[in-house]
Design a protein around this ligand. Sequence first.
Ligand code: PRX
Length: 651
Amino acid sequence: MAKKELDVLLKEERVFEPPEDLVERSNIKQWMDEQGIADYDELLEKAEDREWYWGEVAKELDWFKPWDKVLDDSDAPFFKWFVNGKINITYNAVDRHMKTWHKNKVAYIWEGEPGDIKKLTYRDLYIEVNKFANALKSLGIKKGDRVGIYLPMVLELPIAMLACAKIGAIHSVVFSGFSAKSLRDRMNDCEAKLVITCDGFYRRGKIVASKESADEALKDAPSVKNVVVVRRTGEDVDMHNDRDIYWDELVEGESTHADAEEMDSEDILYILYTSGTTGRPKGIVHVQGGYAVGIYNTLKNVFDLKKEDIWWCAADVGWVTGHSYIVYAPLIAGVTSFMYEGAPAYPHGDRWWEMVEKHGITVLYTAPTAIRAHMRLGDEWPKKHNLSSLRLLGSVGEPINPEAWIWYHKLIGNEKCQIMDTWWQTETGNFMISPLPITPLKPGSATRPLPGITADIFNEDGESLINKGGHLVITAPWPAMLRTLYKDDERYKEVYWSRFPGVYLAGDVARKDSEGYFWIQGRSDDVVNISGHRLGTMEVESALVSHPAVAEAAAVGIPHEIKGEAIKVYVVLKKDQTPSAELKDELRIWVGKEIGPIARPDELGFVEDLPKTRSGKIMRRVIKAKAKGEPVGDVSTLSNPEAVDGLDNAE
Ligand code: PRX
């Protein structure tokens, strides 16, 4: 790569103006023309009247009954959107397409890791969702009941989610890479009545035994009465007679018709657990109405999807990106999505590019970590393929570094695709800070807040900052926002709304430049971002101290070339234990087993002691600085300053 080009990007000097034909044909430009809005600035300004903007765009969905009021903020921060509106998100995602030619359009093209391909039209999807919705009812699942879904990237995953939403049951999807313990904790927290899993799935040519993990988890999850098992691999698994049933046997003979439950806009759609700063994950609550409006509007505007597009959001449905932009939004928009079961670059480095060419993908949305991993494999892999079907690219999950940006733009986008860097969170439900097709890009910046969204950078005193790093905040509510943390209103208020009253604290550090472009720098709390996935360092520490040899542990994030961040841990062993290479491996594997493979620490060192304050609190700031090789700053408040040097000798 040309060093000069990189230097220019590093200095944030290069602006990529959107190509004229992209602007002219874009959904957002068309909408602006209809509204008589002349340009980008006017759009953002006009949409500052949030109730007008969101009320206007919400009309594009089908409502059983319209809302009385767009926003009720009388009980902040418990905001209500589309008050008294009645809607069903699955009706919007599936049923309404039955009235048009869309019913015969492909909703999903799916490719399994071994290379098997399936296609589902909207009508096929309608039938499968209805059958499974009826099957759920036959198992006694009713509106408001919680259903756990522990499935990999198979088509039954969106089908199960849509079926739950159709009958008003609340789904809680647990990423298939999470451990039995993670599944158990989540199922117990939401008191799921039913869990849907599979016999296993393919990952790097091996079979991952989901049913075994589910069985292990459910040994101690008393609320779960039934388990539905999807046959993916056909391997024999243990079936508990009175509890387990295969999906195909369950849906056999079920009616292909099911009415969508009329849901209140504010009824819960799903709970998705995400990491916070304590050892206990937070159950993010999203609702049917505002969420549907927000995700649909942002997908349509940012990725500009049209009837002829083939959209590939290469995330896992187990994370919010998949919930919003593989399942609900593309279906509401009537788009064809591509879904891939397996590992990237498996069995060869061009697996992704082969699929882009084969299926004619037009818009690809992925994470910088995947781009960096492909970059490292070498340019020859994408060069083997004709990627000219691509017209737009996207990035999410972490800041995209200039090297990865240039590679993605050149090698994948052939220098003709704008890159939509979308900043958002599990909590926000939809893209928040992101370019539109009309936005000039500055590589590395997620650009400006979307219409109807207002963000800012605050210093410690809540004053707005320009060109200085500070707290990223969202200054007004938006429809797809989380409504609370499941069963924990107090923690919701405390985590997001207490630092600056009336303002949502994102937990990120960022900077806003003089043109209003946002540059995300990373997390401000004890959360690490590994390959675009969030993990609380406390979760890793709790996993470690549950091992019989460990007395204390401190986990911190350190920079990693591919993953963005990796975990480094310092461990104090119990008095009777001796450090050894074997124990080190055992502990790393232990964390992977307790939480899931993404949490396995890259580095682990044994120390005699951890730096602590006089009140006995571990000084994370000092440990973080040491792990990254940065100056440790003031250590005068430490009760054991010698422990700081001890960190250098961790073995
Ligand atoms: O730190 C930000 C980072 O990911 C966090 C949200 O993580 P999660 O809820 O797991 O959702 C990930 C996918 C939406 C944010 O607080 N993040 C997300 N997108 C970006 C980002 N950092 C920089 N640039 C982004 N585009």
